[in-house]
Ligand binder design. Structure first.
Ligand code: ATP
Length: 310
């Protein structure tokens, strides 16, 4: 043996795992539905990371994959491929029993059809208690939690009413209380204000914001309503089953001491480096199949391909 020390090349630096510290992570998520001989790619490699305590709005045209995403995060539907994690749960590798546990304790889900969240013959108080019966929560704890939620959602006076004795907005408050019964880390709401008039929708949305702050529950809300998405700090737009852009909002104070919301739109780059250029940008510069890319010291330029014959 010679005395020359063996020197190995240093290991290549590894990129930090996408969304490692996030509560919700989707990476290259794919969901293909097979109906007869037709395949529908509802999600086509979607990337998304949501931090604990965040309130996020998801927007997008009809059919873009919003409900599919929410159903997967709720453990109702299973992805075809990719990676999806909520808290410590790997949504592609859960057993049946784990899925039941996950749905009972980790996520609360609110459907758009207000009434479908509720049981017609139970009172509000009984409905809020029901998920805790499933988790065998002791009776005293169940009563306390029910009282706390009815108070927090401003529906204590309505505790003994059944759904048919409640307005749409009141029903939605009960549905939110039911979804929060087992103290989930994540609250998922699919178009919760879709069936409500503008004022009631604003009230219900204020309730969602309140529970996000009060209980620290992470909220992901799918909406078509720009008035709703305009009130959260982050809105993610889905196009063709992928996240295409994000709007971040922050409050800034001007020299006169007035505060206003500044919204900035970002394009989202996927894990393979692809970004979607908005249609109006493409049309304005006649960007078609091929574009010229150039790396500048602090930015990248994209120019139309002027050499069309090549
Ligand atoms: N169970 C299913 N079987 C077959 N195709 C489906 C199924 N569920 C959804 N799809 C299809 O997947 C695509 C995405 O649907 P999804 O409901 O997720 O969209 P969405 O953005 O929520 O739309 P909307 O805003 O209209 O609710 C659509 O083309 C839809 O037709």
């Amino acid at each position: 043996m010679s005395g020359i020390p063996l020197s190995l090349p240093p290991p290549a630096p590894r990129a930090a795992e996408f969304g490692r510290d996030a509560l919700i992570v989707c990476e290259s998520l794919v969901r293909i539905y097979q109906s007869g001989s037709v395949e529908v790619q509802a999600l086509q490699g979607l990337d998304l990371a949501v931090n604990s305590g965040e309130m996020l709005a998801v927007v997008g045209a009809s059919g873009s994959g919003k409900s599919t995403l929410l159903s997967i995060l709720a453990g109702i539907d299973a992805p075809t491929a990719g990676r999806a994690r909520v808290d410590r749960w790997d949504l592609l590798a859960m057993s049946r029993a784990e899925r039941v546990e996950f749905r009972r304790r980790t996520v609360g889900f609110i459907r758009q059809q207000t009434a479908s969240n509720l049981v017609p013959y139970l009172t509000a108080r009984q409905m809020v208690g029901l998920p805790m019966t499933a988790t065998r929560t002791p009776a005293k704890q169940r009563r306390n939690r029910t009282g706390e939620l009815l108070d927090a959602l401003g529906i204590h006076e309505l505790a003994d009413r059944r759904p048919e004795q409640l307005s749409g907005g009141q029903q939605m408050r009960v549905a939110i209380a039911v979804a929060l019964a087992n103290q989930p880390r994540v609250l998922l709401a699919d178009e919760p204000t879709g069936e409500l008039d503008t004022d009631t929708a604003a009230e219900v949305f204020a309730v969602l914001r309140d529970v996000n702050r009060r209980f620290g529950v992470t909220v992901v809300v799918v909406t078509h309503d720009p008035a709703v998405s305009g009130q959260v700090e982050r809105t993610v737009a889905i196009r063709d089953g992928r996240t295409s852009s994000e709007v971040l909002r922050r409050t800034a104070t001007d020299a006169a001491g007035d505060s206003h919301v500044i919204a900035e739109e970002y394009a989202v780059m996927d894990r393979a480096g692809r970004i979607q250029i908005p249609r109006d940008f493409r049309e304005a510069l006649a960007l078609t199949r091929r574009v010229r890319l150039a790396l500048e010291p602090d930015h990248v330029t994209i120019r139309p391909d002027t050499d069309r014959d090549g």
